[in-house]
Every structure is written in structure tokens, then in C-alpha cells.
Design a protein around this ligand. Structure first.
Ligand SMILES: Cc1ncc(COP(=O)(O)O)c(C=O)c1O
Length: 380
């Protein structure tokens, strides 16, 4: 996929995400590590995967990490490892990547969708009482855009109701709340390492984190046909969701730079917010004690399509994450249980706009984007 949405090689064009720029930043190390794998004789689940799993555990502060093929599989396998499946309900949000819901359905479980908090775009704890039932087995809590959701209160809710808490931290590698990294707080953490993510592979990859050794063992077995230590003998039913050595080697290099890259994302977000704060465009908010890692920089305005079109004419590409709530999409419409009102989800989906953000974007490019936003505001 070309994130620039354009075949033009015009170097003035500013995409909203730019994984190739990150490859260029770490080109020599990445190319060397790929060659090392290619020249070896172990291409999946080898030494690089083991090292990545250890290093990511250390980074997140969880006892175990298990590499899988992608973030959607991470969700499905996590649910299966917890014994959740057919006719069990899992609560999540409608304002997320469709993968969150697809991962739940892939496990056989039934997604139940609730509305979000307007300020942070994450699950509204007040809605949980409306949807919880004796079938509810877990909450899949999405830390959207890089901002931690209301995890401590929701963890308390889960403990009180004896249900599992799974974190979908696919957009929040390195984000934390009260110094605890997301992905280390619930029963399981799920991460996508899709190329545009804060920790992105050059292809598909996913990571599962947990502090529970029994869960880790089950996840490991499920990712490879249900084998548990003994090859060719399945002790439980599993599948193939292996991560390959090349992706693991690339992720190990990028993990070394993740804090620095996240810091740069925060710097970019601060520049945008500083200049937009006195306009009618609503800028991202941050909870006390939250470390936001700005996977996306999402603003809100009623005339977002007009602004997006205006910027596109200046070769500035924006995104919409996400344009249609999942409960209104053709594949899901009228068949999923939701909270009584989905008002915030439905309202904001028409207003949100993702401005370009990636560690390698230059300050002059941010200035160019802001200049054009102000040009738009002047003539509109
Ligand atoms: C919130 C969220 N959950 C899950 C996923 C699924 O990840 P993948 O595309 O690696 O399957 C993504 C990736 O887009 C995501 O943003």
C-alpha cells in the first residue's frame, strides 16, 4: 500500500504516514540484519524472534512476549488462550480499526460495541453497565491514536465482574499511564506491528504480552498448531500465526529507537497544538499521568472534508481514522449489540481528521502544513 495515496514522485508531497522514511533512517542496520537472516538457515521462529520477544518484554515491563503474524491474530489468539469463543461476548468500541472487531469474531466470540469518551476517543466506562451480561467474558480495551484508555478504572470494573481485560495496544507502543506501559496492565496485551505503527515491521507482524506463564504457554502453542514443546504433536487445537525472522530482526532495530521516535512524535504534536489551539479546530487532549505517543494526530472540525480537500490540492495528504463506525459498516450493520446511544462515535466520525505525523517529518514541512491550514481558515 502506498500511504501517500499518490503515484506522484513529487517530493513536495507530504503523506500522513511514511514507513519508507523510517527505513531510510535505519537503512544500513536494517539491510545488514536482513542479509544476516537470509544467509542463515532459520527463517521463522528462530533466534531473532526469541531476542525480540525478550527485548519487547523488557521494554513493556511484562514477563512474556510472544510474536505472531499480525495484530488481528494477536487478538484472536489471546481470546482463544483465555478460553473465550463461541457464544461468549467481548465488549469493545465501534470507533477503532475494524481489526479489533474482526479479531474478536475470528475467535468465534461475539463483539458488543460501546460508545466512547469524546475527549480521548476511548471506551466510555459509563456505558459498560448497559451492555454487560452473563455472557460477557472480556473487555478488549483499545488505546486509540497512541493515548492510553481509562485502564485502571476499567481493570477494576473487570475484576469486580470477574471478566478478563485485554489491551489492544496496536496504536500505542510505548504509551503509559502513571508510568505503567500499556500492554502490561491487563491480562493480555495485543500489538500490531503493521508498517505505519510506532513500532512497525516491513511487512506484517504482531506481538502478544502477558505476565501470566500459563497464558503465555497457551498462546505459544496456539500460534503453531497447538504444539507445546513437542513438534508434530498438538496438545490443543491451534493454527499457524508465526512471525518470521526478517520481521523480528527489523523490529529489534526499530525497538532501539522507539523512545526517541515517540519523543519526536510528541514534539510534532506539540507544534501542531501550539498553533491550532486558538482556532476553532479541536486539538488532541491528554489525561493527567498519560504519556501519549501520537500514533496519529487527530483534530476535529465540522468542515473536515473541505480542509482535507484544500490540503490535498497543496500535496498534503490527511487521513480519517475512521470514517464509518463499525456498527454502521455493511458487514456489521444491524447485527451487533451496542450501548443504547452511540452518539459520540457517530458524531465524531464525521469530524475527525488525521494530520501528517511520523518521526522523520521535517519542521519546515509542519510549518508548510500549518501555513496551509491558516490559509484555509482565512478564505473559508
Ligand atoms: C487498533 C488496532 N487493532 C488491531 C489492529 C490489527 O493489526 P493488523 O493490521 O496487524 O492485523 C490494528 C491495525 O491496524 C489497529 O490499529
Amino acid at each position: 500500500m502506498d500511504y501517500s495515496c499518490s503515484k506522484s514522485s513529487n517530493n513536495r508531497m507530504i503523506p500522513f504516514a511514511n514507513p519508507n522514511a523510517q527505513f531510510t533512517s535505519y537503512k544500513r542496520d536494517i539491510e545488514e540484519s536482513i542479509l544476516k537472516v537470509v544467509r542463515g538457515n532459520n527463517y521463522v521462529l528462530g533466534e531473532e524472534v526469541k531476542l525480540l520477544e525478550d527485548e519487547f518484554s523488557q521494554y513493556i515491563g511484562s514477563r512474556f512476549t510472544i510474536g505472531v503474524a499480525n495484530g488481528t491474530d494477536a487478538i484472536e489468539i489471546s481470546l482463544r488462550a483465555l478460553g473465550i469463543g463461541i457464544s461468549d461476548e467481548v465488549i469493545t468500541v465501534s470507533h477503532t480499526a475494524v481489526a479489533s472487531v474482526a479479531g474478536i469474531e475470528a475467535s468465534g466470540a461475539i463483539p458488543v460495541l460501546v460508545d466512547i469518551e469524546k475527549d480521548f476517543y476511548t471506551l466510555d466506562i459509563k456505558k459498560l453497565a448497559e451492555v454487560i451480561s452473563e455472557k460477557t467474558k472480556a473487555i478488549l480495551l483499545v488505546h486509540l491514536y497512541g493515548h492510553p484508555a481509562n485502564i485502571f478504572e476499567i481493570k477494576e470494573f473487570c475484576e469486580k465482574n470477574n471478566i478478563y481485560l485485554i489491551e489492544d495496544a496496536s496504536q500505542a507502543h510505548g504509551a503509559s499511564l502513571d508510568n505503567e506501559k500499556v500492554g502490561s496492565i491487563g491480562d493480555i496485551g495485543c500489538f500490531s506491528c503493521y508498517p505505519t505503527k510506532n513500532l512497525g515491521a516491513i511487512g506484517d507482524a504482531g506481538l502478544i504480552t502477558t505476565n501470566n506463564s500459563e497464558i503465555a504457554t497457551k498462546v505459544k502453542a496456539i500460534r503453531e498448531y497447538g504444539w507445546n514443546g513437542k513438534r508434530y504433536i498438538s496438545t490443543i487445537c491451534g493454527r499457524n500465526s508465526r512471525i518470521d525472522e526478517i520481521q523480528a530482526a527489523i523490529l529489534r532495530i526499530k525497538l532501539k529507537h522507539l523512545n526517541k521516535d515517540n519523543k519526536r512524535r510528541v514534539e510534532i504534536a506539540n507544534i501542531y497544538s501550539k498553533y491550532l489551539k486558538d482556532t476553532y479546530i479541536s486539538t488532541p487532549k491528554k489525561k493527567d499521568l498519560a504519556e501519549h505517543v501520537f500514533h496519529l494526530y487527530v483534530v476535529r472540525l465540522d468542515d473536515r472534508d473541505a480542509l482535507s480537500n484544500f490540503l490535498r490540492k497543496q500535496n498534503i495528504i490527511t487521513g480519517i481514522h475512521y470514517p464509518l463506525p463499525i456498527h454502521l459498516q455493511p458487514a456489521y450493520k444491524n447485527r451487533l449489540k451496542t450501548s443504547h446511544s452511540m452518539k459520540t462515535t457517530e458524531e465524531i466520525s464525521k469530524q475527525i481528521l488525521s494530520l501528517p505525523i511520523y518521526p522523520e517529518i521535517k519542521n519546515t514541512q509542519i510549518e508548510f502544513i500549518l501555513e496551509n491550514i491558516f490559509n484555509y481558515l482565512r478564505i473559508k
